[in-house]
Design a protein around this ligand. Structure first.
Ligand SMILES: Cc1ncc(COP(=O)(O)O)c(C=O)c1O
Length: 399
């Protein structure tokens, strides 16, 4: 991670092409833009890269989730199942459609536990969102099996795993659709931005129209103002400059992943010397985007002791068990039902509490996350920093 490390001439050239036309907007201005349609081209290239039939660019990974869920027909009265280890955006988008998030345990893939998924399905479940966290694969085959047997569509939150694959097939292409984020910390970035991919043309059409106020994009004598609409939409349109940056970053994505894999392998070797360590289950090493290295110690105390030494040596790791943005028990605002809505919806209905999120509800995940340490993997890792990491890990191996 992240793509801004290698932001350079290619991105600048792409941006200049947009600035030269002065057309910053994805729609209209056909004469002035002189054949330059950066967002449209970015969508086409992203679809071709992932092997998907269609791609829809939007303003963020969160918008991608919201647009995808809405296009799938999800709304008030529905439940959507996701995992308790994800970024808050996944369930913010669910709540934003009017639906309610339900959380599963994660297993040693640090992604959705398919056994717990089966237990959490109810008659109200309308979609399942496995998240390919920290650049690597959820158990998508088992998850799909559970979902398909009940006729429930799967949306893959692939925000953190652009370019990752499972047995050669891109993550995000297994379910009904897959969503991506290109924010500041992602392997490929457009500053802010997101993408949805799907093979389902009707679903894509819903996304395309919903993300643009319902415009049906059918050519007509009245131009854009004369377009029709099938339903009420919203505005999640990507700008041409973001599309331009996306084209340059996409062209570098596989090379960034190759560099990350090399750096991850070097760090993994140093971590392997810690007694009792085990590594996160990666279902397909070849398809890992290698944005993070995750390892587990036998218990929480040992993980804390090891991390203490790492911190003292300037190479502290992340413990997502303590992280307030990514892990269910730490989402105090969700547990307390804090919303700006003055009547308390969707958490309360009048004085009645409708939704209860018990912080203790995911014990398997809590035990696992407390003993897991994580290093982000840079695209560029200096020899000096690698030596510092190796030294720190050597000392930690002695505690
Ligand atoms: C798993 C996951 N989903 C969704 C998002 C939202 O992406 P964005 O920041 O582009 O809105 C993120 C961002 O970090 C994420 O990690």
């Amino acid at each position: 991670m992240p793509g801004f490390e290698i932001f350079g001439e290619e991105e600048k050239q792409q941006i200049d092409q947009v600035l030269d036309t002065g057309v910053l907007f994805r729609y209209e201005f056909d004469k002035e833009r002189r054949g330059i349609y950066k967002v449209r081209e970015f969508e086409e290239r992203f679809a071709a890269y992932t092997g998907a039939g269609f791609a829809q660019a939007v303003t963020s990974g969160t918008a991608a989730l919201k647009v995808a869920l809405t296009a799938m027909g999800i709304g008030a009265g529905d439940e959507v199942i996701t995992q308790g280890f994800t970024f808050v955006a996944t369930w913010e988008a669910i709540l934003d459609t009017g639906a309610v998030p339900v959380f599963t345990e994660v297993d040693k893939t640090l992604n959705m536990d398919p056994a717990d998924l089966a237990a959490k399905i109810t008659t109200r479940t309308r979609a399942i969102i496995p998240v390919h966290m920290l650049g690597a694969q959820a158990r998508i085959a088992e998850i799909k099996e559970v979902a398909d047997s009940r006729g429930i569509p799967v949306l893959e939150d692939t925000a953190q795993a652009a370019g990752a694959r499972l047995q050669g097939k891109h993550l995000g292409t297994f379910g009904a659709c897959g969503t991506f984020s290109f924010d500041s910390v992602k392997t490929m970035t457009t500053g802010e931005g997101g993408m949805i991919i799907t093979d389902d043309e009707e679903l894509w059409r819903n996304m395309s129209e919903y993300h643009d106020h319902g415009h049906d994009h059918v050519p007509n004598p009245g131009a854009r103002g004369g377009e029709g609409r099938r339903f009420i939409g919203f505005n999640y349109r990507m700008m041409e400059i973001q599309g331009a940056i996306g084209l340059a970053q996409l062209a570098k994505l596989d090379d960034m992943i190759t560099a990350q894999k090399k750096n991850k392998a070097a760090l993994r070797e140093a971590v392997a010397a810690i007694p009792g360590v085990e590594f996160r289950t990666i279902l397909d090493e070849e398809g890992d985007s290698a944005t993070f290295l995750c390892f587990m110690l036998p218990d929480a105390d040992r993980a804390a002791a090891v991390n203490e030494v790492l911190r003292e040596n300037g190479v502290g790791a992340i413990n997502f068990g303590e992280n307030t943005w990514h892990f269910y028990p730490r989402w105090e605002h969700l547990a307390a039902g804090k919303t700006l809505c003055e009547n308390g919806w969707p958490f309360t209905d009048g004085n009645r509490r409708r939704l209860v999120y018990d912080p203790q509800a995911l014990p398997q995940s809590a035990r696992l996350m407390a003993r897991t340490l994580v290093y982000p993997i840079p695209v560029r890792l200096s020899g000096e920093r690698l030596s510092q990491l190796r030294e720190g890990l050597k000392k930690a191996a002695r505690v």
